[in-house]
Design a protein around this ligand. Structure first.
Ligand SMILES: [Zn+2]
Length: 442
């Protein structure tokens, strides 16, 4: 079973699941006010690799990732540009999914939007106020961090240390500088929703706790995000769950940042900071390879050299796949190789040596032409979300449709076969009938 570094425990522990065979994961999503940067791309890829690996291992993964479509930054951007917050959010959400689709990142099972959850968030804030965990001020409603035990668990700091390090604020109304807004009263012209405290909008920390518990239920398996979310965002989500008497995430996982090297480097890297820009210049798979080449808890260096190097590695992978296409599904894999790959992946998702192993075996397969090794290299690459150029990734639904269509044709049920063809075409596949049955490509 997979072992992951758990931020709440400060050590690598076995991932124990709430429900056997099922993994529920909440990935803190994007605030959609600008084009995504390469750090967002890393986040999407780290959890895509985790999900794919677990699915490949036979688990059913429920992956929820929110879209924060109401926030101060969105409102500021809308004001600057003289348009509505809704328009800004829609534009950048589309840019986000466009980029993650190009990266081959599986879409979340559910992507709750904050604006669709305002009523639930208002009820949650009311409950916290009633329970004595929150109080109203002139500009909103705040959570009293000292009203619960154990604030500081994720920060791995005591309440006293956190208080000493907190920024002293101008407002005298907050009981502790660490108290955070659950509800923000609207200023004139800002988007607003009704509440018992007057028109306003919910705070970001309330959004994620409400949506994760609603969609994944109490005691869901894994809550994830970047290191910058560990404190205060995740600490504050957890604090609300504690105050509500709910059981929150069983495990916490945080990934490190993308770093830009020395001064000279950063100048040229200016081009690399926007994710769509990077993807317009390079094979999206090269970025996935770069992410895999760093352990998720280590900073990752993106430079023109590292990107070029990853592209060179991709070329080796593609040329291998041209010489040795994936054998038909069902071809027995090399068990020893699979076991060695799993040992790396199960050790806190240690992708660099797992990838190293894959490329070592690719060299071996080129020489030995062993069908088992060839099939295994293709399978392991797929478990990491990596496919050779030209090989369209066939999802489970498509594979099912193809099999069903072959069965219909074998039974000479042409109407049914045509119906399935139309369904595949509607999802963007070009459908062909070959000697081996239905084949599809983009
Ligand atoms: Zn969040």
């Amino acid at each position: 079973m997979l072992r992951l570094h758990d931020t709440a425990k400060g050590e690598v522990v076995e991932l124990t699941l709430r429900d056997t065979g099922k993994m529920s994961m909440y990935v803190c999503g994007l605030t959609v006010y600008d084009v995504p940067h390469i750090g967002h791309g890393r986040a999407a890829l780290v959890y895509d690799v985790l999900r794919r690996y677990l699915e490949w291992s036979g688990l059913a993964v429920r992956h929820v990732s929110n879209i924060t479509d109401i926030d101060d930054q969105i409102i500021n951007r809308a004001t600057e540009q003289g348009r509505s917050a809704e328009e800004v959010a829609q534009q950048y959400e589309a840019a986000w999914y466009d980029a993650t689709d190009r990266l081959g990142v599986l879409r979340p099972t559910a992507d709750p939007h904050a604006t669709a959850y305002v009523d639930d968030m208002v009820s949650t804030v009311e409950q916290l106020v009633r329970g004595g965990h929150a109080y109203e001020t002139s500009d909103g409603v705040y959570f009293a961090v000292e009203s619960i035990d154990g604030y500081g668990l994720l920060a791995q700091q005591s309440l006293d240390d956190l208080r000493a390090g907190a920024r002293v604020e101008v407002t005298k109304e907050k009981r502790s500088p660490l108290d955070f807004a659950l509800w923000k009263k609207a200023k004139p012209g800002e988007p607003e929703w009704p509440s018992p405290w007057g028109p306003g909008r919910p705070g970001w920390h309330t959004e994620c706790v409400v949506m994760s518990l609603d969609l994944l239920g109490d005691g869901f398996d894994l809550h994830t995000g970047g290191l910058d979310l560990q404190f205060p965002h995740h600490e504050n989500e957890r604090a609300q769950a504690v105050a509500l008497g709910r059981t929150f995430a069983r495990h916490w996982m945080h990934h490190a940042f993308v770093e830009v090297g020395g001064e000279k480097m950063s100048k040229s890297l200016k081009n690399f900071t926007s994710l769509p820009d990077l993807l317009s210049r390079h094979d999206a798979r090269a970025y996935r390879l770069l992410v895999l080449r760093s352990h998720y808890r280590s900073p990752m260096e993106v430079t023109p050299d590292t990107i070029a190097d990853a592209e060179g590695q991709l070329e080796r992978f593609d040329s291998f796949a041209r010489r040795h296409p994936a054998p038909p599904p069902g071809t027995p894999l090399d068990d020893d190789l699979v076991a060695r790959f799993r040992a790396f992946m199960d050790d806190d998702l240690d992708t660099p040596p797992a990838l190293g192993l894959l490329f070592e075996e690719l060299r071996r397969a080129n020489v030995a032409r062993d069908t088992g090794v060839i099939a295994t290299v293709h399978a392991l690459a797929g478990a990491l979300g990596l496919w050779p150029r030209g090989a369209d990734q066939i999802d489970a639904e498509t594979a099912r449709d193809m099999a069903e269509r072959d069965a219909a044709r074998a039974a000479r049920d042409w109407a049914r076969a045509d119906e399935i063809r139309a369904r595949l075409q509607a999802r963007g596949w070009v459908v062909e009938d070959g000697a081996d049955g239905t084949t599809v490509h983009r």
